[in-house]
Design a protein around this ligand. Structure first.
Ligand code: MTE
Ligand code: MO
Length: 421
């Protein structure tokens, strides 16, 4: 296939010319080694990402318009998110963020190792070659998009004009499709390159693609071992950040590069997602006049004293944020299902909570599995103390295994909706 105006024997100057890429470190074995690490690690990130979407309960959106709805047929809801293992989301999302952070240096090194291939000349040789190049564009673009948006999100730096969740989720489908195609196409090459001790000219170089081995190598400025060591050290540092904020406790100090690394000492010093000041919640709002309104087949309004007079239950439960940090504390309060009963809802029910905080996270929904769980509470105490204002005083939701965003603070209203099946 000849493209008009393109002479295959005359690449434009610069990166398209043989001899432009001169690092002696590049070669198919290096690329294959980095590829193997990604082949093992990326499926963990992909699967835990899909599970995170499930935990957000997209299925609830049709019930009350408040569950998450990213739109489109790929917003899949696989199964009702279980409540039996309270640590479940802390583990799946901790893995998503920790493994993702640790793989970022490997992704960058892998892209560096194959960069001569991105500058093929002629850019397109045949329809099959065009398809292959398109899949590579989706792979590289998808990977960079996913890693960069994910990392900006955990740094609370919304430097982009689109809605993070939707873009990161649909970007993941694009990336995953391209990743699967790439693994199918390149698995044999990777195995072949790893099975020899020495770099050999890659087969593809005969097919017209530029070789990864420089034709006129420059003197090495570092050894290949030093390159791999640098990548591994970068991965270890970032992986430590993720693990430290997700495992928490005394390890949290090692998350010094992340926003949730700094906490105050003492039993109430655990991380705060959004402070009362940031949410616009002030002392008068939560004074003696505060009431929570329970809505079901009837409406009941309760003061904090009245809530405290109801049966209290205590559980150790994590708050596990989508950003990968979690913290387990001892919460006490009234069971959500007891509140549903008070509102006259006796069967299976979902709940939608509203808060004094009028921001995006000031409302959330829980499925009927969550409402029915023993450990799901409207918490009034944490670690034996009144809830601090930053953690949702006078009352907040806490529920096993759900993403932290469902644990609404400064609750003012709870609407229970009976589910009929
Ligand atoms: N009203 C209200 N509730 C909220 C939030 C919020 O911004 N406003 N943030 C949610 C998120 S995203 C998380 S991870 C948890 C964090 O709880 P914490 O701030 O007590 O650690 O609270 C959730 N509840
Ligand atoms: Mo969160």
């Amino acid at each position: 296939m000849r493209l008009p105006g393109i002479d295959p024997s005359k690449p434009p100057p610069g990166p398209f010319r043989e001899g432009f890429w001169r690092s002696p470190l590049r070669g198919p074995r290096l690329t294959a080694l980095l590829g193997l690490v990604l082949l093992i690690g990326l499926p963990i990130v992909i699967v835990t990402g899909l599970l995170s979407n499930d935990a957000y309960q997209p299925g609830l959106s049709s019930a009350n318009g408040l569950g998450r709805d990213l739109g489109g047929p790929l917003d899949v809801y696989l199964f009702g998110w279980p409540t039996g293992w309270p640590w479940l989301y802390a583990v799946t999302q901790g893995l998503h963020v920790t493994v993702g952070l640790a793989l970022f240096p490997v992704v960058l090194a892998k892209l560096w190792s194959v960069i001569p291939r991105l500058f093929e000349w002629p850019p397109v040789r045949s329809p099959a070659h065009a398809l292959e190049r398109l899949s590579l564009a989706l792979l590289v673009g998808g990977a960079l998009f996913e890693f960069v948006t994910g990392i900006l999100n955990i740094q609370y730096w919304y430097a982009f004009p689109f809605f993070f969740t939707q873009a990161h989720y649909y970007g993941a489908w694009v990336f995953t499709g391209a990743f699967v195609a790439h693994v199918i196409l390149k698995f044999g090459t990777m195995r072949g390159s790893l099975s020899t001790r020495r770099e050999v000219m890659d087969a593809a170089s005969h097919g017209g693609s530029p070789s990864l081995i420089a034709s006129s190598p420059a003197p090495a400025s570092m050894s290949r071992r030093a390159l791999l060591g640098t990548v591994a050290a970068g991965s270890a540092l970032l992986g430590l950040q993720g693990a430290a904020q997700s495992i928490g406790g005394p390890l949290r100090v090692f998350a010094f590069l992340l926003p949730r690394g700094r906490v105050r000492p003492g039993p109430l010093g655990f991380p705060v997602n959004k402070t009362a000041v940031a949410a616009g919640v002030s002392a008068p709002d939560v004074g003696r006049a505060w009431r929570v309104v329970l809505v079901g087949s009837r409406s009941v309004s309760l003061s904090r004293e009245q809530l405290l007079a109801l049966p209290q239950h205590t559980y150790d439960l994590p708050i596990a944020c989508v950003e990968g940090w979690s913290t387990t504390q001892r919460w006490s309060g009234v069971r959500l299902r007891d509140l549903a009963e008070l509102a006259g809802v006796h069967g299976q029910a979902t709940v939608t909570t509203h808060s004094l905080d009028t921001g995006t996270f000031g409302q959330a929904s829980l499925g009927h599995e969550q409402v029915a769980a023993d450990e799901s509470l409207l918490a009034l105490h944490v670690n034996g103390f009144d809830l601090p204002l930053d953690h949702g005083f006078p009352a907040r939701v806490i529920s096993p295994a759900v993403p932290g965003v469902h644990c609404t603070k400064w609750v003012t209203n709870m609407k229970f909706t009976e589910v009929r099946d």
